[in-house]
Ligand binder design. Sequence first.
Ligand code: ADP
Ligand code: ADP
Ligand code: MG
Length: 450
Amino acid sequence: MERVLIANRGEIAVRIIRACKRLGIETVAIYSDVDKESYHVRLADEAVCIGPKELHKSYLNIPAVLSAARATDCDAIHPGFGFLSENPQFVRACDKAGIIFIGPEADVMEKMGDKAFARELFASHGVPVVPGSDGLVENIEAAAVIADEIGYPLLVKASAGGGGRGMRIAENADELNGAFMAARSEAKAAFGDDRVYMEKLIMNPRHIEVQVLADNHGNVLHLGTRDCTMQRRNQKMLEEAPAYFISPETAEKMAKAAVSAARIAGYKNAGTVEFVVDSDENFYFIEMNTRIQVEHPVTEMITGIDLVKAQLIIADGQELVMHQDDILFWGYAIECRINAEDPHRGFLPSPGKITKLNLPGGAGVRVDGSIYSGYTVLPYYDSMLLKLVIHAETREWAVAGMKQALQELEIEGISHNGDFHEFILDHPDFLEGKCHTRWIEQKGLPEYLE
Ligand code: ADP
Ligand code: ADP
Ligand code: MG
């Protein structure tokens, strides 16, 4: 692998370009015509404009991405996260063009992307899944029958879902019809696919996931757990590694379940197996993400392993250099997603020109971003500006380090959510592990806004 095209923008594109450069691999960025001033464009060895700002005409435009790769003689494409990263048609198009896709095979991606199928597959191999429907739920009559079996409250979930969309709670039988219809129509609009399945709503759970790495030589490793309980509307905001509020025995069981899920799926490259965990530490598989994840840096901090470098090495056909016993976990890491949005106005996106930027530093501080002073945050794309990551000896010290870093962080000209992160980091519920995945909506945010 000598030349890689990065089919993404923003922070993750920058992250991937850096990893390629360290391996001596040349990089080609793509950009839409409004993204000419973006940092990933400046950082890459070469950059190709692939179309106008609309996603389907540029970053989601498969023929345009592939012709950019061909025109610049790339032998591989890294999709990052979001965009085309979980699109099996894109993987097939890469295969056909003779370009390496840095990620799993198309068929495996397609199977894992069908969340109802993945649930059934893993359940049949003994991986614990949330009690729910056997596969898809075709209509409201079937939904009512299954609801009686699994009980309320429950979730109607889009089989093609992602990003917390296409998911609705029904608290009781009266709400089932509305939840079913709403999940369907949101799924249709967001994913062009209205198939749904049902799961029992696990009450006040934590979201805990396991990072896996699998090469083409039969090695499947896990890199431990991450706790991503701090979510707003099912979207992660702050993540930690390792999961602190479960016993080492539960963490070990979850890691084993994740490795066997990856083996069952025939998975290659970096992936994440997501679980919800109840207050008795029962854990249930919810989905497998077949890509690098936003929160991968917390795992990198506690293991010292560069996950994007591992992705490149695996895609190049090389064998992983480390074995499970070589992976050592040390210390504690926290990531805060700093987004251009205003917590006082319903997290409304806040695009605009950054007039001043001061980034924190010091021991154990990592900033993964793509912004600079004078850069204009565009309204057309995701509002994530940067990820602030802290590594320290203990959770307590990681929290202290993060608070210090947030105080030093200055971004002027636009609103961001740094202050809300500080509020979370100070909250006794957060410190004592009393949060669950809906804590921000139900308790944190109302208190913050008081
Ligand atoms: P993750 O599981 O990686 O933390 P989320 O669950 O927050 O990601 O996001 C769900 C979906 O949105 C994923 O498909 C992810 O790739 C995409 N996504 C999340 N954040 C961003 C971002 N800042 N830029 C582009 N895509 C994103
Ligand atoms: P997505 O593909 O959108 O990431 P997931 O299935 O991973 O969807 O779920 C996203 C979030 O929704 C989880 O992190 C969790 O907070 C919540 N969630 C999903 N399924 C359940 C469930 N059965 N019970 C309770 N919460 C759930
Ligand atoms: Mg998920």
